[in-house]
Structures are given as C-alpha cells and as structure tokens.
Design a protein around this ligand. Structure first.
Ligand SMILES: NC(=O)c1ccc[n+]([C@@H]2O[C@H](COP(=O)([O-])OP(=O)(O)OC[C@H]3O[C@@H](n4cnc5c(N)ncnc54)[C@H](OP(=O)(O)O)[C@@H]3O)[C@@H](O)[C@H]2O)c1
Length: 383
C-alpha cells in the first residue's frame, strides 16, 4: 500500500457531483475506487462535506489555494502526478485563470511531477485570429501551452459540454408565456394531467396578458380552470396561433395549456459534443496508468455529437415530457439578461466550428462512459 504513487487531485470538492460539475470529484472517486494510486484531494475548506466524504473514502485531504503558491508547494510535495482543473466561473477572469494555471505548472515543475493531467480548453482567440473570444477557453489554452513549454510531463484533456448542465443552467424551461403557447387537445387526451392536475401557466385575455401561474391539484379546480380558459377570449396573438376558432371549440372540451419545455442551445443544426462529467474519472485513471502512451497528447473528450433537436428528442423520449429545441440564434442568446450570456454565446459559436473531440478515444479510455440517451435514462427523475 505504502508503495503506491500519490496523485494530487484539484477541484474534487464541489458541493454535489450531480448539480455542479466536479471534474475533480469524479477523478478522485475513480482513483479511490480503483486503488492503484493514493489520492490527496486539495480544497480551501477541508471541513466541507465533500471533503469529509473523500476522507471517508480513503483520500488524504489538504488545504491549499491556487492563489497561494506556498500552499501549492506543500500540496504537491512528494506527488507522482496530479489532476489539475481551474475554475474560471469562480472569478470570471481570464488573467486570473492564467495566473492560477501557470502557478500550478511552475510548482509541478519544481516538485518534479512525473505526470500531470490538465483540464484545458482551446485558445479560441488565437485559433480564430481574434475573430472570436471565449474567455473561459482562452485562458486555459494559454495555460496548456505553458505546461508544455516549461517541460512538465502533461496530458491535456478538453471536456465537452457536460450533460449535467441540463440539470442546472441549461435545464429545459417552460416556453415563455405567450410565445409558444399551444393548445393541443390531443395532448390533453394523452395526459392524465388533463383532468387530474392542470397547471395553468397563463390565461391571456384579449386585453391583457394576466398571468396565473400555479398548480391546481384538485379535479374540480382543474375543470373550473378549463371552463374559464374556454370562456375568456384569447388575445389576437393566441388566436393566430390557434389558427381556427373551430380548433378552440374542440380544444374547449379537453383544454390544456402547453406544458412543453424547451432546450436553449444556440447551435442551429450543428451537432455539439457532450459527456457526463461524472464519467470523467475512469478516463483520467486510464491516462495516469499509461503515461508512455498519453504524455504529450491533447485529448478532446465526448461520448456523442448531437444537434439541439436530437438532445430535445432524447429528453422528450426519456422523461415523457415534451421538450422542443428553441432554435435560438447566438445573436438572440447573447442579448439575454443574465451574467455570462455573451461569454456563453461565444462558446456556442466556437462549438459550431466543431472542435476536435474524439468519441472513440473517450470510449476506449472509459468503456462505461454514457451516451446522452443513457445518461438521461439514469437521471430522468431530476427533470
Ligand atoms: N460546464 C461545462 O460544460 C464545462 C465544460 C468544459 C470545461 N469546463 C470548465 O470546468 C471548470 C470548472 O470545473 P468543475 O465544473 O469541476 O467545477 P466545480 O464543480 O464548480 O468545482 C470547482 C472546484 O474548484 C475548486 N477551486 C476553485 N477555486 C480554487 C482555488 N483558488 N484553489 C483551490 N481550489 C479551487 C473548488 O474547491 P474548494 O471550493 O473546495 O476549494 C471546487 O472543488 C471551469 O473552469 C469550466 O470552464 C466546464
């Protein structure tokens, strides 16, 4: 046991592997489960729950900060290798991510590490001659180059869009009120919700768009809601969507407001790579076990390339809810009012250039890595 090589794992302590990424968490779990290496997990807060959990599983947990060089020296001392990930989203600064990454490279070099797996991404700004700038990619690209330049034995991995993003910031949303407002009597007939529980998303009158947003669980209230909905004349906009008043009459019998969800990936019809970040661990374990084969390599990861419509279709099929592709353009996407909208739109523009991600190599390194279909199947209750 004492002779096992020590791997230092960064980023293993996110609060939950499901709701957040946690590349390092997946790596630490795979290494601990396999047993070939000893694991030292690095965190700024060794008392937090995920740190305790890692300790219970057999990891050494140490306190260090990527902004504090002396703490990194201590964390990497005596290690054979490391898994390194920096978290752009914590500060949203390309410069800071470069500083952290270069500091980690310098310390790895000084400590004589024999194999570092660095989670990088392309320097999009450089690759596109300045046409595109994706700050959370560009900084990692600079760091990739630095690890190689100063001669740290490194394998670079580039993750694709995490499937887990569909449970967090890319969780399929209800169509905005009034926008894809569809009355579908067939859907009403198909779904037991029609009489058991009707969720009234919006009641639009011809004069105003009064919003009633609540779930009605009693059949009586549901019937009342249906009756009210049928009596209130819809706005001209909704009427246009209904196409024919006859349709409304028929719909009045089995009336349901559209419960469909939509994805929001501004990719048009271009396929986008993805994988479950939970499946990363065995990939990194495989790399660390074959240094001769993988040191010096840059490996783009993916378990499949799907269009937005294909992602939506699989979500529909597996969850039983109607999920539609929004077909939003990057231009519309970046106008949205949330922090990071522009940055994320730029990332999708880069994804549309189809960066190199290898499904075959990913599956070779982790034959159990799941396709989107399998992953949604495992997580359908979370949608
Ligand atoms: N979401 C995607 O689809 C995707 C795809 C490819 C790449 N990425 C990249 O993945 C990175 C984030 O990785 P993740 O998803 O695994 O993150 P995460 O689950 O949010 O976890 C962040 C981890 O980083 C650690 N950390 C942050 N700042 C630190 C510091 N100064 N010193 C030491 N540890 C620090 C945290 O440890 P403590 O808080 O315990 O100290 C935590 O364990 C981002 O840079 C992002 O660009 C994301």
């Amino acid at each position: 046991m004492a002779g096992r090589k020590l791997i230092v794992v960064f980023g293993a302590t996110a609060l939950s592997g499901r709701s957040r990424g946690a590349q390092g968490g997946s790596v630490a779990r795979a290494l601990l489960g396999d047993g070939a290496f000893r694991v030292r997990a690095v965190t700024r807060s060794p008392r937090k729950k995920p740190a305790e959990e890692l300790r219970r599983r057999g990891a050494e947990v140490v306190k260090a900060d990527q902004d504090d060089e002396a703490s990194l020296e201590r964390a990497l001392a005596g290690a054979y290798g490391a898994f390194v990930v920096t978290n752009f989203w914590e500060h949203c600064s390309k410069e800071k991510e470069i500083e952290q990454g270069q500091r980690l490279a310098d310390v790895s070099k000084r400590q004589g590490l024999r194999h570092v797996v660095f989670s990088g991404l392309e320097n999009v700004h450089q690759l596109t001659g300045g046409r595109l700038e994706v700050l959370h990619f560009d900084g990692k690209g600079v760091v990739e180059e630095y690890f190689q330049k100063i001669g740290v034995p490194t394998t670079i991995i580039r993750l694709p869009f995490y499937f887990e993003n569909f449970l967090t910031i890319f969780k399929p949303q209800k169509a905005p009120q009034g926008d894809t407002f569809v009355l579908d009597p067939r859907a009403a007939l198909d779904t037991p919700r029609a009489f058991g529980m009707v969720e009234v998303v919006g009641l639009q009158t011809s004069h105003s768009a009064a919003l009633v947003s609540r779930s009605l669980s009693s059949p009586l209230l549901s019937c009342l809601a249906m009756l009210m909905s049928a009596l209130i004349p819809p706005s001209p906009r909704v009427q246009r969507q209904l196409k024919t008043p006859l349709y409304l009459l028929r719909a009045g019998l089995h009336f349901s407001w559209d419960q469909s969800l939509h994805t929001e990936l501004p990719m048009g019809d271009t396929p986008m790579d993805g994988m479950a970040v939970e499946d990363l661990g065995p990939v990194v374990l495989g790399l660390l076990k074959s240094p001769g084969e993988y040191i010096g390599q840059v490996i783009g990861l993916s378990t499949g390339k799907l269009t937005e419509a294909e992602y939506a279709a699989i979500l529909s099929q597996q969850t039983g809810r109607t999920v539609r592709a929004s077909k939003i353009s990057p231009e519309e996407y970046e106008k949205q009012d949330f922090p990071g909208a522009k940055e994320t739109a730029a990332m999708f523009r880069f994804y549309a250039l189809k960066p190199d991600r290898s499904v075959a190599l990913t599956m070779k390194l982790n034959p159990q890595a799941r396709t989107f279909h399998q992953w949604v199947g495992d997580n359908k209750n979370a949608f």
